[in-house]
Structure formats: C-alpha cells, structure tokens
Design a protein around this ligand. Structure first.
Ligand code: DP6
Length: 400
C-alpha cells in the first residue's frame, strides 16, 4: 500500500498573544511554572499566525520536525515534553476504552512541519504561537481532547495563553505538579470590537537576551521582581480583568503601560542588567504620553515584550490619526515597500497644533513597518487538505 494511504494528517493554525500583565520568572524551570499570573490579548490570525501540519504513519522511522522550512532537533527537551504529554493522554484515553480514539497512531512516529506568516527575525512572540499550534495539532492527530493549555505551557510559558482567543489569563496555580497552572479565557475575541492593536516593528535584529535565560537571571538577582510577584501583580490582575469586563479603555491602557514599564524596570534591576528597549522604543513611549497629554485623556497605550517592538492599543476611532502621527515622527523608508500591513487604516491629517504639542525630533526609518490588527480567535483546524505543509510522502512540500 502506498505511504499516502496510511498517512494520518492534520493541519491547524494558532495565534500570537501579547501580554498586558507580564509573565517574567519561573518557580519551576522544567514544568514552566510562573512566579505570577499574567493576562494577554490574543492577536488576530489574519495578520499573525503559525500553521502546523502533523502526520503520523506506520512507515515513519523516527519523529522529525521542520520549522520554517528547516529541519530542527526533535530531541529539544521542551518539544519532548509536549510530545510525551500528548502521547500520555492518548494512551490514557485508549486505556479508558474511548471508542472515538484513533489508537493506531499511538505507536506511530510523527512528522511535524510548522511555518509562521510573519518574519521570526522581527522579534514577535513566535514561540507562543509555535508551541500552542504544535500542541493543538498533535492533540487533533492523536485524538486528545480537553485542557491543552497545561501542555502548551510546558513548551513555552506564554504559549498556554495562545490556546484561547480574546482576553486570556494564565493562573499561576499553587500545586507543585503544575496541574492548576493553566490558561482561561476571560472574554472572547469579539467582546470589545472597538479595541485595535498596532504592532510597530522597530528592528529586525534578534533579541539580545532570550526570555528564558533573561527571566532566570532576574529571578536570581532582582528584588524588584520579587516585590512585583508578591505585592503588585495580584491586585493588577483583578483590576485588569475588571477593566476588560467594563471595556474601560483608560483603566486598561494605564495598567498596560505601567505593567510594561515595571517589567522593563525589573530587567534593569537584573544583575547584570538586561536592556530590551532601544532609542526607538523610548521615542514611542514619549510620543504616546505626549499624544495622550495633548488630548487630556488616555487614548493610546504601549507595551513591550523582550525586544524593542512596541505594541500599541487604542480604540478604532483614534487609529487613523495616531498612525499619521507615527508616520510623521518615524518617516518610513520609501524604498522599503508597504509601511502599514494588516487591517486597512483610513487616511487622516495631522494638525500643526498636535505636531507641536508632541514636539519630538523625527526619527527616519526608526520603525520598519506596522501591522494593524485586533483581538482574534484561538487555534483552528484547517479543513482544506491542499493547505497541508507535508506532502503525501510525509515530507515538507517546501524546504529552504
Ligand atoms: C516578556 O514564554 O517566551 O513575553 O516560558 O521561558 O518560554 P519561556 O518564556 P516566554 O516568556 C515571555 C515573556 C514576555 C511576557 C509575556 O508574554 O507574558
């Protein structure tokens, strides 16, 4: 029988998320248990997503993985944790006598192929979408149902939040085995439709210190991080959930900015210090505060992860003018192609009064491009079989 007839194949997509209450620091490195809870907004997959195909076949000799067209090491411990957990749950279902389970594939090896629809080098959180997609797709392939965020968490902490759409909290949990350290949806993606998100890609450089090792050093050396985990985040989580539920943009925006600033303060308080923000990031921070001050209200908020890219939150009605402001103070490279990607943005004019009120020196080419997006859904199954990333021979259709 030809290989293709024995191939069990499935393709899924998963989203990127951006934390507005940040996760930084683990209490258990192996299980990836955090020292504080966190909350994020899942970004829409029309703009940013990972696609993963998983195939199982009796003819496969070994487990293999290709990421963005290149074969990678399948023995990576975090990949192994996810694979092991999915297979364990599948075995449990078989032993419990679940009739719906495709138990054949249990003894089969897997081929995994994954691509992002955005450049990894842009420093956007690709590991969150990547591990969420891996776990979700493996679960489909092995017929595993139920709670998956606890498994995605073992791939990358922030990945557990990408298992759901909309507004998502990762509850830190208390147990040593991590069973209660899971993500939960706070509100679905269409709950606050006016909310808009702009990703300002400040640099195509790779981040200097990865989050995993960065947060390790912070846990070891920063007393500010300890204070944050013990005395700050608990209240902020309550306030943030309340702000989302009430769609209170001012409260949401202020908490988002304060939490981003405190996260970067803990990076500075780490010894030796970690610098994720650069001069472009600081210019964006100034610009946002001056813009808000001009209007006497908080219309725009920023947040930054472990890199210099800004993620901006605002309401739909302010998008055209704020984008115009960004284009004015960060004049784009005219040879570099489209500056605004994603959801279309209406044209607006910039008043002289606003330009003067902001009063910053323009920084040409400081921002390479921006992605205009909104909150979006969690992982999805791709029904169209022509979209599989693995061919009938179980090998990637495209390699680099
Ligand atoms: C700054 O989830 O990438 O983006 O668990 O070690 O894989 P690991 O770290 P990761 O850290 C993300 C840190 C952050 C904040 C956040 O997303 O909450």
């Amino acid at each position: 029988m030809p290989v293709e007839e024995r191939l069990n194949i499935v393709t899924c997509t998963a989203p990127v998320n951006i934390a507005v209450i940040k996760y930084w620091g683990k209490r258990d490195e192996e299980l990836i248990l955090p020292i504080n809870s966190s909350l994020s907004v899942t970004l829409h997959q029309d703009q940013l997503k990972t696609t993963t195909t998983v195939a199982t076949s009796r003819s496969f000799q070994e487990d293999r993985i290709w990421l963005n067209g290149k074969e990678e090491d399948i023995t990576h411990p975090r990949l192994q944790s996810c694979l092991r957990e999915i297979r364990r749950l599948a075995r449990k279902r078989r032993n419990d006598g679940d009739p719906g389970l495709n138990s054949n594939s249990l003894s089969h090896r897997v081929h995994i192929c994954s691509v992002n629809n955005f450049p990894t080098a842009a420093g956007l959180a690709s590991s969150a979408a990547g591990f969420a997609c891996l776990v979700y797709t493996l679960a489909q392939a092995f017929g595993v149902e139920g709670e998956l965020s606890g498994i995605a968490r073992q791939g990358s902490g922030s990945a557990c939040r990408s298992i759901y759409g909309g507004f998502v909290q990762w509850i830190m949990g208390k147990e040593d085995d991590g069973k209660d350290s899971v993500a939960q949806q706070v509100e679905p993606e269409n709950y606050w439709p006016e909310l808009r998100i702009l990703v300002l890609v400040a640099s195509a450089e790779r981040k200097p210190v990865g989050s995993t090792s960065g947060m390790q050093t912070s846990v070891q050396t920063s007393c500010l991080l300890k204070h944050r985990a013990e005395s700050v985040v608990l209240d902020r989580m309550v306030q943030m959930i309340d702000a989302v539920k009430r769609k209170d943009f001012t409260a949401f925006a202020e908490l988002t900015m304060k939490d981003s600033n405190q996260f970067h303060a803990t990076c500075l308080d780490t010894y030796p210090p970690i610098f994720y923000l650069n001069h472009v990031s600081r210019q964006v921070i100034n610009l946002v505060h001056r813009y808000n001050r001009h209007y006497g209200e908080t219309r725009v908020a920023y947040t930054f992860d472990a890199g210099p890219n800004a993620v901006i939150f605002t309401l739909q009605q302010h998008v055209p003018e704020f984008v115009k402001v960004v284009q004015h103070f960060f004049p784009p490279d005219t040879n570099a192609g489209q500056f605004i990607k994603g959801l279309p943005v209406d044209c607006a004019s910039l008043s002289e009064e606003l330009e003067q009120a902001i009063g910053l020196e323009p920084m040409p080419k400081g921002i390479s491009y921006m992605i205009s997006t909104k909150a979006g859904p969690g992982p999805c199954i791709v029904e169209d079989s022509s979209q599989h990333l693995l061919g009938p021979d179980g090998l990637p259709k495209i390699t680099v």
